[in-house]
Write a protein that binds this ligand. Structure first.
Ligand SMILES: Cc1cc2nc3c(=O)[nH]c(=O)nc-3n(C[C@H](O)[C@H](O)[C@H](O)COP(=O)(O)OP(=O)(O)OC[C@H]3O[C@@H](n4cnc5c(N)ncnc54)[C@H](O)[C@@H]3O)c2cc1C
Length: 277
C-alpha cells in the first residue's frame, strides 16, 4: 500500500557511443536527456561519456526543459483520499480504477489507518503513537487502547459500508450511487500516473517533504526510488550527502521496506542503490 513502481519509460531509439559485448548500445533515457540538451552542438550529441556531468549541470542551473523529453508512467496503489491529492498535480495524465464500472468490494481491498495524533502547533504534521503513555491536553492516553479503539471503529465502518453497499447493488442501485457510502480513506485504489521527468522531479520535491501527509510521502518516496534507479544523475540533487546509518534505519521504518542489497550488474552498487533497493 502507498507504493509506486515504474511500468513504462521513454525508450530512446538512438545509439549511444558505448559498446557492450561488441555491440553498440541504445542510449538510456538518462543519456537521451543529455542528447536533447546538446541540440545546438550536433557533433557532440552522441557523447554518452559526459552525459552524467551535463545532467548535473542542467539540474544545478535549473535548465528543466531537457527533462521534459522523457516520460515516466507509474502504477500507484493507495487509498482514495491520497489519490485525490495526487491527481491535483495537473501536469500529469491519469488513469484510475473507476468505482462506476467495477465493484470495489470485489476488485479492491479495504485498509485500516494508523492512529496518529494531531500536532497542536503544526497543522501539516501528525504525531506517531509509540508504546509509551502520552500526556495530552485531554489527559493521559494509553497508546495500545487508542490503537485498538481506532482500529475497531474503522473495521466497524468498513463492514457496515460493505454490507450496505452489497445490499444496494442487490436492489439494483447503480454502482455510481452505491459507491457514495464507501469510506474513501479506507478504500484502496489503483492509478496510473504519467508525466515528464520534470514533473516527477517537482512532484517528488513537494510530496516527499515533511509538510505532506505520511501516506502520500510514502508514495512519493517510492516514486523517488524508482526514478533514481533509471536517472542516477538526480542522486546528488536529492541526496547531496549519503544518509547516516540512523537516517537509513529511519527510512526503512518509514517506508516499511527491507534493506535488500541488490547486486544487479546493471546498477552501480553505490550507497543510494542500497538505500533505495
Ligand atoms: C503540503 C501541501 C499542502 C497542500 N494543501 C492544499 C490545500 O490545502 N488546498 C488545496 O487546494 N491544495 C493544496 N495543495 C495542492 C497544491 O496547491 C497543488 O495543487 C499541488 O501541489 C499540485 O501542484 P502543481 O499545480 O504545481 O502541479 P504539478 O503538476 O506538480 O506542477 C505543474 C508544473 O510546474 C512545474 N514545476 C513545479 N514546481 C517547479 C519548480 N520548483 N521549478 C520548476 N518547475 C516547477 C512542474 O514540472 C510541472 O510542469 C497542497 C500541496 C502540498 C504539497
Amino acid at each position: 500500500m502507498n507504493d509506486a513502481k515504474i511500468i513504462a519509460l521513454t525508450q530512446p531509439l538512438l545509439d549511444g557511443d558505448k559498446i557492450k559485448f561488441g555491440e553498440q548500445q541504445k542510449m538510456t533515457p538518462n543519456e537521451f536527456i543529455a542528447y536533447t540538451a546538446r541540440v545546438s552542438n550536433p557533433s557532440n550529441q552522441h557523447n554518452t561519456l559526459t552525459s552524467e556531468k551535463l545532467l548535473k549541470y542542467l539540474i544545478e542551473h535549473k535548465h528543466w526543459s531537457p527533462f521534459e523529453m522523457v516520460s515516466v508512467t507509474m502504477e500507484i496503489n493507495t487509498t482514495r483520499d491520497i489519490s485525490h491529492q495526487i491527481i491535483r498535480h495537473r501536469s500529469f495524465s491519469f488513469q484510475e480504477f473507476s468505482q462506476r464500472y467495477a465493484d470495489p468490494t470485489k476488485d479492491m481491498s479495504f485498509v485500516t489507518r494508523e492512529a496518529r495524533l494531531q500536532d497542536a502547533k503544526n497543522r501539516q504534521n501528525s504525531i506517531e503513537v509509540g508504546d509509551e503513555t502520552i500526556s495530552s491536553s485531554i489527559g493521559d492516553i494509553n497508546p495500545s487502547g487508542l490503537k485498538f479503539q481506532w482500529n475497531s471503529v474503522q473495521e466497524e465502518i468498513t463492514n457496515l459500508a460493505k454490507d450496505h453497499y452489497k445490499d444496494a447493488i442487490s436492489w439494483g442501485i447503480a454502482k455510481e450511487q452505491a459507491r457514495a457510502i464507501l469510506p474513501e480513506g479506507l478504500t484502496t485504489t489503483r492509478l496510473y500516473m504519467s508525466g515528464t521527468l520534470r514533473s516527477w522531479i517537482h512532484y517528488i520535491d513537494v510530496r516527499a517533504e515533511e509538510g505532506t501527509q505520511k501516506e502520500h510521502r510514502q508514495v512519493a518516496l517510492a516514486a523517488q526510488g524508482e526514478i533514481l534507479k533509471h536517472f542516477p544523475s538526480l542522486t546528488e540533487y536529492w541526496y547531496p550527502t549519503p544518509p547516516s546509518p540512523e537516517e537509513y534505519e529511519e527510512w526503512v521504518c518509514f517506508t516499511g521496506k527491507g534493506d535488500t542489497l541488490v547486486t544487479s550488474l546493471e546498477q552501480p552498487k553505490s550507497w543510494w542503490w542500497r538505500f533505495w533497493s
